[in-house]
Design a protein around this ligand. Structure first.
Ligand SMILES: [Mn+2]
Length: 457
């Protein structure tokens, strides 16, 4: 099991203890999760906050920090000889716990008796099995479980700032992800099936001894935002959108998107839209700095889209008015990006609004902005995605036309020339620093020339 030094975990917990002051803090690790029967499980994924403070990537653990006694305890059962018959000799839990600076190991069934009901803090439980475990301990229904906002804020206040050793892991994740994208570009040819490209992506993931950070989105229907169907034949003239990323052995994620022409050469019409999205991406990255609201960068990227679309004749009128009204949401119905780290949408399990919003900035209800996961002021140490896109969603265009939505701004007859266009998204992972934005990893082909060159090779 790959771990940081014990010191890293001890420091993280010390900082947490200082922030919390008193009471007890309980972290539920994840359980093995059955796929179709108990012994046939999904790939195990540890809870990210558990990984952050306790490092151990094994199912069935929980951990307790008692701020009154100062004790830190991991609860879990050592392997029995019956386990070892099936899984072989393993390092003991006791020894692993020592490696993350924990000297007290207790069996799982002693957890309940170590918990006090007063001033006990735990995080939101997104796994049903952990909800049941806690509700049985407390004698309440799963719906009555109440996560500690104080703990949520304390954890976010730590995990939002990436340290050097975390950046090393994240860079590894992005570099492996870059290789996945280059493999996809090279494998893409007219007449092939989408899943043949996905196979190359998966081969690359495993060559890095990594796992997917989220299910692959690879499709010639890039206008469908989360498209996990890979059964289409790919034809010359179409665009293929690849949003895929891996997580390293330690759980750190990469999240990259590239879009390329199936034929290997962009058409003039595709180039116009691609250059717009690329301009949105590079301009947004250049604006990343401590003290800047990410919401403002989302809006400035929308401005670029609308100005370019005005030149192309897709929209008309005053761009400021279009921005106020949210016209850009028709073309980019998602947010510009999100934090990334141990989770691909980092800390989203703690609550999207806690991570991306605060008293300074409220969530909008407009299409596009309402899906913006990160809106608040950026700070040095944040790592986030910048992923502008542009999509022509036939069903949405038809709805707007029928209902006359934004009819003063939209040129429907021109828009209808793009109904088979698909979608484009370009995404990188960036570290915000006092000295400017740092794109993680080695460059991944992105300009039209770079993409076309890669596909030729
Ligand atoms: Mn993303």
């Amino acid at each position: 099991m790959k771990l940081f030094s014990a010191d890293t975990y001890i420091k993280r917990r010390t900082q947490l203890k200082q922030a919390m002051g008193s009471g007890q803090i309980l972290f539920s690790g994840n359980q093995d999760s059955p796929m179709n029967y108990t012994d046939n499980t999904f790939r195990f994924r540890q809870d990210s906050s558990f990984l952050y403070y306790f490092g151990l990537n094994l199912p069935g653990l929980s951990a307790l920090i008692d701020l009154e006694s100062g004790e830190e305890i991991i609860f879990g059962n050592e392997y029995s000889i019956d386990d070892i018959i099936w899984i072989g000799q393993q390092e003991t839990l006791k020894s692993l716990a020592n490696k993350v600076g924990i000297s007290i190991l207790k069996p799982t069934n002693e957890l309940a008796q170590n918990l006090r009901k007063e001033n006990l803090h735990y995080l939101p439980q997104y796994r049903h099995d952990n909800q049941i475990i806690l509700s049985e301990i407390f004698g309440i229904s799963p719906k009555e479980l109440k996560a500690s906002e104080k703990l949520i804020h304390a954890v976010i206040a730590q995990r939002s700032y990436k340290t050097e050793e975390e950046l090393v892991e994240m860079t590894k994740a992005v570099n492996a992800t870059g290789a996945m994208h280059v493999a996809a570009m090279k494998a893409c040819k007219p007449g092939k099936m989408e899943y043949e490209v996905v196979a190359k992506i998966m081969e690359t993931v495993h060559n890095f001894n990594a796992e997917l950070a989220y299910p692959v989105i690879f499709s010639v229907n890039g206008q469908t935002l989360h498209n996990h169907y890979h059964g289409n034949i790919m034809n010359a003239g179409q665009l293929a959108l690849n949003d895929s990323g891996c997580e390293t052995e330690m759980g750190y994620a990469g999240d990259i998107t590239r879009t390329f022409p199936v034929s290997g050469t962009f058409t003039p019409k595709q180039k116009e839209i691609y250059e717009t999205v690329l301009q949105m991406e590079t301009d947004s990255i250049a604006r990343l700095a401590p003290g800047v609201y990410y919401k403002d960068i989302h809006l400035s990227s929308n401005r670029i889209l609308l100005e370019n679309f005005k030149t192309l004749g897709l929209v008309r009128g005053n761009v400021d008015d279009m921005l106020t009204e949210g016209v850009g949401g028709l073309f980019m119905p998602h947010g510009l990006g999100h934090m990334i780290g141990l989770d691909v949408h980092d800390m989203e399990g703690l609550g999207e609004n806690f991570v991306g919003y605060n008293a300074d900035v409220q969530r909008s209800t407009q299409l596009g902005l309402k899906s913006l996961r990160l809106a608040k002021k950026l700070e040095a140490g944040n790592v986030l995605t910048v992923e502008p896109g542009c999509y022509f969603i036939p069903e949405l265009i038809a709805k707007y036309k029928t209902e006359g939505i934004f009819k003063e701004f939209l040129n429907y007859s021109k828009l209808e020339e793009y109904l088979n266009f698909g979608g484009i998204r370009i995404e990188d992972n960036i570290h915000v620093t006092e000295n400017g934005p740092q794109i993680l990893g080695s460059p991944i082909p992105k300009t039209i020339a770079e993409v076309e060159d890669t596909m030729k090779g």
